[in-house]
Design a binder for this molecule. Structure first.
Ligand code: SF4
Length: 150
């Protein structure tokens, strides 16, 4: 990882170590990369996570259920520009972002000063394909931001 990305992520960890709390669901955006979707899945979840059938074959299923239960805003982003555009939508006060370190660092800079709670995805099948994320970790930070169980 380039030193600048490492520095941005380290500073961001310091900035978000005391998370906000008591936010309303529509003030929170869960930003997800398209590569979380199982490559063989035919559902059109890009932009609309609600189209995921939660079959359990990839991490999006659990995240979709969490999003539905909590009512937060979500975006499965086709690219960084679209993600940054949505992140700057009126009323967004916190972003929970799942991505690789490079994309996380770029996103943190792009949406500053909005706080980004950054969660790195895993790439057991190689970069940018069939990636995974700890959905419970996402649920925990959402619960803190909402001030209620997520
Ligand atoms: S959990 Fe959702 S996105 Fe993943 S494979 Fe199943 S239907 Fe497709």
């Amino acid at each position: 990882m380039p030193w600048l990305d490492r520095l941005i992520l380290a500073l961001n960890r310091l900035r978000t170590r005391r998370p906000q709390s008591g936010l309303s669901p529509d003030e929170i955006l869960l930003l997800l990369p398209r590569c979380l979707q199982k490559r063989t899945c035919a559902e059109q979840v890009t932009e609309d996570l609600a189209r995921c059938r939660a079959c359990g074959a990839c991490s999006l299923g659990a995240l979709q259920e969490t999003a539905r239960r909590t009512g937060i805003r979500t975006l499965v982003a086709a690219g960084g520009r679209q993600a940054a555009q949505m992140a700057r939508a009126p009323g967004i006060r916190a972003i929970v972002s799942v991505a690789c370190p490079k994309e996380l660092a770029e996103g943190i800079v792009a949406v500053f000063p909005t706080r980004v709670y950054a969660i790195e995805n895993e790439s057991p099948a190689g970069p940018c394909v069939d990636t995974r994320v700890d959905a419970e970790a996402v649920g925990r930070i959402l619960a803190t931001l909402l001030g209620s169980p997520a």
